[in-house]
Design a protein around this ligand. Structure first.
Ligand code: ASP
Length: 355
């Protein structure tokens, strides 16, 4: 892992950002002969984004020794990112993480739990077109994310004090985002929570919505995660044998059950019996809707009521990405089933609207 200091135009003020490059399209260039995307030497970022020289703050960058396609992102790599932030926390005003778009919403969700009580911005961004392409969306995303990372009020307090994704002019709470498009520049949405800032001629922040650190307490960096989690996505025709095989996975601790609409699932006895068996084995089952927008309501339909009756928890309007990350985080911290259930009923970092 190597640090590169650009020493840009220092310094209308003494602000500085640490840019962490993990991989993904944004850090790639197209081979002119084959058209294939390959990673370039990130130390030469400035050649591709000369605009960086005109920013009036300092940027250092550090990159994964082997940049990855974000399909290879993992809890181990999230820990590496947390470590980089913890190790450099006092030296920078903000952090920008360049990340592939495919799993960016999972990473943003996980980091929102792992980086507790932030008083500085941690912004993930990426792009749909490589930075070396003329029409790239990467430059705009990168430059504005960097500006947000140093933006402060006149008293010197950061405007953004949480983990966010910035993409295509919108700053979104990281644990509320979902990737919605594999081609359009608008690749992410935050369906169940308003955007935190919009970049136009000015960057307009929704200060009333941004998560603030607890007064007089320091940031905390968490590393413990437990990946004994599964996602079960329902579909008409799902069989008892598939469901049974899933709940019998050794050491399984949590299931994100992706249900229909407002949290509905088959009312058949065999189905409810298997889910109840999972609950009785001590597995925490969380009901998350397959709909991108709206909330689980386990009081409205008979099938939702039946799930509640056998001990399935409502995920309210949480995303699947955030539900997975939250379960990994809670079990990682050694909480028992009862404690995990209690924590799933509250929003720890604004990840759900609890009704
Ligand atoms: N496959 C790439 C990744 O997620 C796509 C991207 O960067 O947008 O790493």
């Amino acid at each position: 892992m190597s640090f590169v200091s650009y020493g840009y135009n220092m310094l209308d003020n003494n602000a500085s950002v640490l840019l962490i490059y993990t991989g993904g399209t944004i850090g790639m260039v197209e081979d002119p002969e084959t058209g294939m995307l390959r990673t370039y030497d990130f130390d030469h970022l400035k050649e591709y984004v000369p605009e960086l020289s005109r920013l009036k703050f300092h940027i250092d960058s550090v990159h994964f020794s082997e940049p990855i396609d974000s399909s290879d992102m993992s809890p181990e790599k999230w820990k590496k990112i947390v470590w980089l932030i913890e190790d450099n926390y006092s030296q920078y005003d903000g952090f920008v993480i360049l990340h592939g778009t495919d799993t960016m919403a999972y990473s943003a969700s996980a980091l929102s739990f792992m980086l507790e009580n932030l008083d500085k911005p941690v912004i993930l961004t990426g792009s749909q077109l490589p930075i070396g392409k003329i029409r790239t969306d990467g430059k705009e995303n990168l430059i504005t994310a960097l500006e947000i990372a140093v933006d402060k009020d006149p008293e010197g307090n950061a405007f953004v004090t949480e983990v966010c994704i910035f993409f295509q002019n919108f700053l979104m709470r990281g644990n509320r985002t979902t990737k919605i498009n594999a081609a359009n520049f608008k690749a992410f949405n935050s369906f169940n929570f308003p955007i935190l800032a919009e970049a136009g001629t000015h960057i307009r922040y929704r200060h009333d919505l941004i998560h603030h650190p607890l007064p007089n307490s320091k940031p905390k960096f968490h590393y413990a995660l437990d990946s004994n989690i599964a996602i079960i996505k329902l579909f008409p025709g799902i069989s008892a044998s598939v469901l049974k095989a899933m709940i019998e996975i050794p050491h399984l601790k949590g299931i994100v059950l992706e249900t229909y609409g407002s949290g509905n699932a088959p009312g058949k006895k065999w189905f409810l019996d298997i889910i109840e068996e999972a609950v009785n084995k001590g597995i925490v089952v969380v009901n998350v809707s397959q709909c991108a927008s709206g909330s689980v309501n386990m009081q409205r339909y008979e099938s939702g009521i039946a799930l509640k009756h056998i001990g399935v928890l409502s995920g309210y309007d949480i995303t699947t990405e955030a539900a997975v990350a939250k379960l990994m985080f809670l079990f990682g911290h050694g909480l028992d089933r009862r404690e995990v259930k209690t924590s799933m009923k509250v929003a720890l970092v604004g990840e759900a609207t609890i009704e």
